[in-house]
Design a protein around this ligand. Sequence first.
Ligand code: 5GP
Ligand code: MN
Length: 329
Amino acid sequence: MSLETLLRQAQRPLLIAHIAPDGDAIGSLLGLGWAMKELGRWPTLACADPVPESLQFLPGHDEIVSRRKGDEDVIVSLDSSDLLRLGSLYDQELFAALPVVNIDHHVTNVRFGSEQLIEPTAVSTSQIVYDLLRRLDWPVSPWSATCLLTGLITDTRSFRTSNTTAEALRTAVALIEAGAPLAEINGHLEHDIPMGVVTLWGRALSAARLQDGIVSVEVTRKLLRECGVSGGDASGLVSLVAGVRQAQIAVLFTEKPDGRVEVGLRSVPGVDVSGVALALGGGGHRQAAGCTLPGPLEAVRDTVLAHLAQMLAAAQPELRALGGSDSDA
Ligand code: 5GP
Ligand code: MN
């Protein structure tokens, strides 16, 4: 059965977004969920972790649950490159019993599931969902459009990432024409920094290090506690320091409450961080990837920086061919 037929027949699909959800995970979950609801289906919208406060303006966010209901007929995974990323919603027995549709744009997707719709060149999973809705001739309501456009905006950092295409911009126009309020979405996304995060940025940035083309920043549990913010709030830091002229790679280490360390990676075109993330048990895209490793932080720092330095040395010929600089530091 084709993926399209499977989705057309689904009455009670279980739609799942990845843990530590971002705008694309929640946006694609709700965007597809709205379309299905408008067709009279009964989707369960699920994510093992709570919706971040910054995304709680999206229509339908309060219907997202952290556990399944139990009568689903199809599973649809959104924006998740492996089953670990589904957290507690991954249930081996259930996943063996039901068709599993894997919709994603990570180049490191391990192709789990019985049906795959994986497009690494798509700027976001919400872009893939939008194309799917059009192909199925399903409705794109203002609510669905709002959620999908939010996914597109957040994953492209407002259409600034190097993978942004004319198609992504055309999709944005179509979503605005379908009723997505661009200014309102940007207002929610941009005007949302808790004051404690500004303090945290200041303290973390003042200790940023640059060595051999790699800029790194660390956020310890102690710093999070002192600033009164959560680890998720710190995630924007890596994109900030990725703009450092002398750096080809930016890395953010964040200590989680359980002592594990989240590693966020960014790189310039010509340097691919997805391979290092995958080798360390994570995944992502060429220019933005990540993984989570057991602590302590010092050991994680040493391991990750060693992997990155080795990869960066091997990437120098390609960087030179692209006109990048390796002697700026
Ligand atoms: P961020 O640094 O924004 O948290 O993540 C950048 C990219 O890497 C995202 O596409 C995200 O899905 C991916 N990523 C981050 N952490 C992990 C991880 O622990 N496992 C996997 N598979 N991907 C990750
Ligand atoms: Mn995404």
